[in-house]
Design a protein around this ligand. Structure first.
Ligand SMILES: Nc1ncnc2c1ncn2[C@@H]1O[C@H](COP(=O)(O)OP(=O)(O)OP(=O)(O)O)[C@@H](O)[C@H]1O
Ligand code: SF4
Ligand SMILES: [Mg+2]
Length: 334
């Protein structure tokens, strides 16, 4: 079992803001014949009311597993090993399956990775959106249901004609916006969108990103936005959490992350954003360098860190608050 990161906080006034979500020591493993893959290694973070938190990190670092863990949607061979998830003060880990089904969609919804490709090809958009609404409000009148679907399409910037179309008649960006409409159909206070803009071309990415911003503004929801693109995240989110190999290594307001990235991995991510002003060779970011079944003692970033010290190979750095709201897990700042 790998060492568990701890969180060290200092007092500061922003702590009085209302928290929609608190995630404490969430740990998710996948069982394999060769041992457990430690996909999420005891992460801690919170989300304020009306805030958008970006979750970034390279492929395989555990972003989707972490959000599946939050909503207890982890599928075998995955299992939640530990954790507390407080949504508006309610511990989701302690709910029964039926209580949890009520919470999903009505209080928290997930737009899963690749959602637009999972739309049912033989069902019209109106029926797919209606399904989610009817599952939670079966007695809604036909007229109210129709009006609600039109209202949702309008909220995500889609024309009314989409109501009667099949998924194959829509572009990628339109399909993704249908998925967002499904996610907000029951007015949740939290939306988790897993890579909503990947697999779309750059222009359409911006349209979908703008849709998310509009939805957030109109509905005042809190959002977790998973993505690879640091540039796009910079425009969309309030704070960024950087994940590496199942751990949150840095979390801070977006401005602080870009102005003063503290963790060597965050610095690598930011340095790899191409710039037209300053042409330089593209930085190649390697993938994860160790087997998640067998994490090394000490810091999980030690094999790629240009500033690694002896101490890093022995002791895992705790996530500590170095500046107000700026947390980092690195021995360089002790
Ligand atoms: N069913 C599974 N069995 C074993 N390992 C798994 C399984 N599903 C995921 N994993 C492992 O868990 C880790 C986290 O996966 P996850 O899908 O959460 O990453 P991610 O950050 O969302 O990646 P991406 O950016 O590619 O979507 C990965 O290393 C992956 O190999
Ligand atoms: S703890 Fe050490 S190895 Fe880890 S990121 Fe910091 S300097 Fe690098
Ligand atoms: Mg993913």
């Amino acid at each position: 079992m790998s060492s568990m990161p701890t969180v060290i906080t200092s007092q500061n006034p922003t702590k009085t803001r209302e928290k929609v979500l608190e995630v404490k020591n969430l740990r998710v493993h996948y069982e394999t014949p060769k041992g457990d893959v430690i996909a999420v290694n005891g992460i801690d973070f919170h989300l304020y009311k009306g805030e958008t938190l970006g979750l970034v990190g390279e492929s395989g670092c555990g972003k989707s597993t972490a959000t599946a863990g939050i909503l207890r949607l982890v599928q075998p061979p995955g299992r939640i090993v530990s954790g507390e998830v407080l949504l508006n003060g309610l511990d989701l880990m302690k709910l029964s399956e039926s209580e949890l089904r009520r919470v999903r969609w009505t209080e928290a919804s997930l737009v899963p990775q690749g959602a637009m490709n999972s739309l049912n090809p033989v069902m019209k958009v109106k029926d797919q959106i209606a399904d989610g609404i009817l599952a939670h409000t079966p007695h809604i009148s036909k007229q109210a249901l129709k009006e609600r679907i039109y209202e949702l399409l309008n909220l995500v910037g889609l024309p009314g004609r989409v109501y009667d179309l099949y998924p194959h008649e829509l572009s990628g960006g339109m399909k993704q916006r249908v998925c967002i409409a499904m996610g907000i159909a029951l007015n949740p206070s939290l939306i988790i969108a897993d890579e909503p803009t990947s697999a779309l071309d750059v222009v359409v990415q911006r349209v979908v990103a703008q849709t998310l911003l509009d939805v957030k503004k109109k509905l005042g929801v809190s959002m977790i936005l998973i993505g690879h693109d640091m540039g796009l995240q910079a425009q969309l989110v309030d704070r960024i959490a950087v994940m590496y190999a199942g751990n949150i290594v840095e979390i801070a307001p977006v401005r602080s992350i870009f102005e003063e990235p503290l963790h060597p991995y965050t610095q690598l991510l930011i340095n790899s954003i191409p710039s037209i002003k300053e042409r330089k060779p593209l930085k190649v970011t390697e993938g994860l360098t160790h087997d998640l079944r067998n994490p090394p003692p000490g810091c999980i970033f030690q094999f790629r860190c240009p500033q690694v010290m002896d101490h890093c190979r022995q002791v895992a750095p705790p996530l500590r608050e170095l500046r107000p709201e700026h947390y980092v897990a690195c021995h360089l700042y002790e």
